[in-house]
Ligand binder design. Structure first.
Ligand code: PGA
Length: 247
């Protein structure tokens, strides 16, 4: 059976000392988890976390990958480099990358292609802004974002994780209701089903102010297969509660 995935997105937070303390507390508090677990950490701390988590139930993920293989792309990290140090997951197309770094649907699709080719599981983020939701465009937007990824990646699409992250819910304490989230997840599932016969094994996770108090209800929805957790993943007790809520 498909397991749920709980992935932390640390964003641009942490230090050698605070990372070590957070991971130590997580490892000590893990109680034979039934779900898959990952922490997506800043690139400079990937090796630190990889070392500390070696042999544990927690995988390490990156927060982005380059759309290029190698060469003159100052500041970027290629999928080969990430693979080289044992990275298992990479967030791709997070709304903060789309918003502040101009990532288009086409660029996101290429990044997904590179990650898949390297054997790194991309956690592909889609989601509408508040303005788009209020204009009744949620379905159109998330389908367009996912369609670009499906179009370029064809039959490999069953190897991705999709994260539905309504932009208005990220870091705002305004979580989508379980019903709102489930409705979009069902749309995305149907879109994946039209593209692959293996759609049922694709994890579609929810992100956007998931926390210790609301995780269980969200994770109980039929098409919600886990969470991409920002703020609450920086507090070990909260992240552990979310992990425990995942079936
Ligand atoms: P949040 O962030 O949980 O802090 O809302 C989620 C994300 O951006 O992945």
């Amino acid at each position: 059976m498909k397991k749920q995935l709980i992935a932390g997105n640390w964003k641009m937070n942490g230090s050698l000392a605070s990372n070590e303390a957070l991971l130590k507390e997580l490892l000590a508090g893990l109680n034979s988890p039934v779900c898959q677990i990952a922490v997506c950490v800043p690139a400079v701390y990937l090796m630190q976390c990889q070392k500390q988590l070696a042999g544990s139930a927690i995988y390490v993920g990156a927060q982005d990958v380059s759309a290029h293989e190698s060469g003159a792309f100052t500041g970027e990290n290629s999928v080969a480099m990430l693979k080289d140090i044992g990275v298992r997951y990479a967030i791709v197309g997070h709304s903060e990358r789309r918003q502040y770094h101009g990532e288009t649907d086409a660029v996101v699709a290429v990044k997904v292609q590179h990650a898949l080719a390297a054997g790194i599981t991309p956690i592909v983020c889609v989601g509408e802004t508040l303005q788009e939701r209020e204009a009744g465009k949620t379905e159109e937007v998330v389908k367009r974002q996912l369609a670009a990824v499906i179009h370029l990646n064809g039959h490999c699409i069953s190897e991705i994780v999709v994260a539905y992250e309504p932009v208005w819910a990220i870091g705002t304490s305004k979580t989508a209701s379980p019903e709102q989230a489930q409705a979009v997840h069902a749309l995305l599932r149907a879109q994946l089903q039209a593209a692959t016969s293996h759609a049922d094994r694709i994890q579609i996770v929810y992100g956007g102010s998931m926390n210790a108090a609301n995780a269980a209800q969200l994770l109980a929805q039929a098409d919600i297969d886990g969470g991409l957790v920002g703020g609450a993943s920086l507090k070990a007790p909260d992240f552990l509660t979310i992990i425990a809520a995942a079936q």
